[in-house]
Ligand binder design. Sequence first.
Ligand code: NIG
Ligand code: FE
Length: 413
Amino acid sequence: MKTLIRHIHSLVGVQDPKQPLRGQALAQLPSITDAFLLLEDDVIVRFGEMKDLDLTASEADQVIEATDRFILPAWCDSHTHLVFAVTREEEFVDKIKGATYAEIAANGGGILNSARKLQACSEDELFERAMNRLHAAILLGTGAIEIKSGYGLSVEAELKMLRVIKRIKEQAPIPVRSSFLGAHAIPTLYKDDREGYLRLLIEEMLPVIGSEKLADYVDVFCEQGFFSPDETSRILVAAARYGLRPKIHANQLSVSGGVEVGVQHQAISVDHLECMDDAAIDCLSASDTIGTLLPGCSLFLRAPYAPARALVEKGAAIALASDYNPGSSPSYNMNLVLSLACTQMRLLPEESVNAATINGAFAMELADQVGSVAVGKKANLIMTKPMSSLAYLPYSFGENVVERVMINGKFFS
Ligand code: NIG
Ligand code: FE
């Protein structure tokens, strides 16, 4: 089936880089004005300026008029905790009253609270709830997603989460990547036996995950009060034996050493980076590891924003993601993430779009399929409402400028 989208005000992200964009290249967002785009089923086959369109409307099976609208690659949300049992508004209220994220966690709230709730939830319930959230995220423009475990914290519950993610992967209309985050917190049962939990992760969980192919990546919350750089290193070495590359939580609450340990183990990405010193910025900038920034989390926790400008100027590759989770970032709205990246981190609109599309795709090793407009790539696209410039998208924060989302060449509803 041939779908022709025509009279597009601007076709954005027309590129096919083979490496994540970094430095000045991040601000280059190749676009075509007054454009057409031709799809064959779910694949992009041709595009160009309207004046060069050599196909009549009657030769297409479907014609979509995109007058005044922008077409962009759908968001590639490379860091989420989409699978969880229930939301945590009670902690939100505690935080308003003055409790910090770290205090809530130390009192058995936070991740441990979510783990208790998840352990009591069936696989079917978890699946259904996560699929509903995924549906809502796609309607806001998400066209590829990474999902982590980490609210199980026992062999049974971590495997349950990963099996739920596997089902989502099989049934979701968009590409899904799965990360094993058993090292998200030390569970209550092991609070006086860290070594016991590390052994459980390495000796009990990882072999099953490896043999059942339940994850693409390994994640560790490398942070004071959670997992040290040495412990992180041990887990990453063990996971590498099962082919799992790291995508880790680093430098969220402190200068934790997470960036260095991630880079040392060739992490695909180190994520968060709210607390960076010069050494961590230099280490990341000199590496192939992507720095994934999560401004929704800074907003929600009233925490510092990652030093995006310094990272870009030093030549680090950065991506933007939602960190969607019930504790620190209960929003899967990538449009808001872009607004925050521009207003709070001073990324340019073009930089924010590249970071949330093609670099997000690289942070999930999906850049051959999604993240830009290129021949052969999947037609996972955003069609905006009428807008006069690309900058209107992050500028108009809180407004949903996404009019329709196309997934696999069809409008999603
Ligand atoms: O990325 N920081 C660690 N993990 C999540 C939060 C998890 C939670 O609070 O439930 C994050 O912010
Ligand atoms: Fe996270």
